[in-house]
Design a binder for this molecule. Sequence first.
Ligand SMILES: [Zn+2]
Length: 457
Amino acid sequence: MKKMLAVLAFCTLLCFTFPYLLGAQTTPDPALVTAIAAIKVIDNHAHPLRALKEGERDTEWGELSYHTLETAATDPGAEMALVPFRLRPKSPEFLAVWQALYGLPRGAVTKELPHDVVQVKRQVMLEQGDNYPASVLDKIGIETMLANRVVMDRSLPAPRFRWVSYADALMFPLINKEVRKARPDLVTSYGSLERLLKTHLTDLGLSRLPPSLEGYLTRVVTPAMERQKHGGAVAVKFLTAYVRTLDISNPSVEQAKRVYDRYVKGGKPTAGEYKTLQDYLFRYISREAGRLDLAVHIHTGFGIGRYFDVVGSNPLLLEPVFNDPVLRKTNFVIIHGGWPFAKQSAAMLLKPNVYADFSAIAFLIYPRELSDVLRSWLEISPDKVLFGTDGFEVDPNMLFLNWEEFTCMGTRSARQALSLALTEMMRDGEITHEEALGIARKVLRENAVKLYKFETP
Ligand SMILES: [Zn+2]
């Protein structure tokens, strides 16, 4: 009897553990997969290029030139080791993406495939003309893409594309020779911010910065943001984490004024003094965004560049900003979900004015890992999670892997990950099939419709 019981206990143990021993994993519910594939999505964050003729370039899709101080390694193997595994050119996933976008490869995969992709793509660009960017959205099943760009273009019209302008140039008015010297790895980024601030001044009919902080706020910052709003912007984006940490203190206007008024004439503020001014401006811009009904997008988590400070980009650093009663009318979106601090982002979602999107991680991490991230958010607040891709141009010389391909890859991956997360939640008895469908629609479009007050047909 004792022996029998022992055998029974062993069998029971095996029954429960065998699937795990085999590494069995959830397969997504087929009905859910079909329903999710049919939802027309709203992409919360991407960098589409305008329609281009052969030989043209679009340099207005981003605000910063990413840090390029370090020259490329001479050893191609070492260079490749710095490219995320999933995005290396040999990734078989690109085949599925080219197949979806261009019906290629038609036969066997050949070495010439990227060249063939470029040929077909150029042909489509030629045929579609100004409609080319919208035709890309049609192919991927995207109804609206939020386009994070310095300026928009007639080939990126509303309502298919909605503008997300940049805010950092307004936050760093004192970039001068001395400031540049302190951070040589940021010289190119500083250069970009300086150029953009000059453009704002020119647009506002000013030849130089006003001599006092009040003048800067009322004659530059506020009118520049109002111009963006009138130009169709639905949000402003901070790329601050590329230039400094997201630890934003709450200085008084007098403290900020002392720094601006003294150094606008020249001279080098200490790092602490300049931070005081930047922190004040970050909050001022966020407050103005709330007044103008513009959401505030903030780059969080990992970033491009070998000097990127991931720790300084933790979304938890923003908690004092999210908790500021003065900023409660401003809606913040944690862009890229703060990954690898995705769990930390989940903890922010119950604040009334905080959302998170999963742009970039949609193609950086594989669907199974992404489904874990999504589940951890959806179990906290399915009303605050936004789909996003971050489709962007990695290298203008690689037309075969550009914003279209990354957007397509991110969207496919997001649909898979969402199906998986919701299936697991159903199987664990957390939600019904009906509720799973409702959550999928929220994540892929309805949360964005609500947040940005989009009109839907
Ligand atoms: Zn981006």
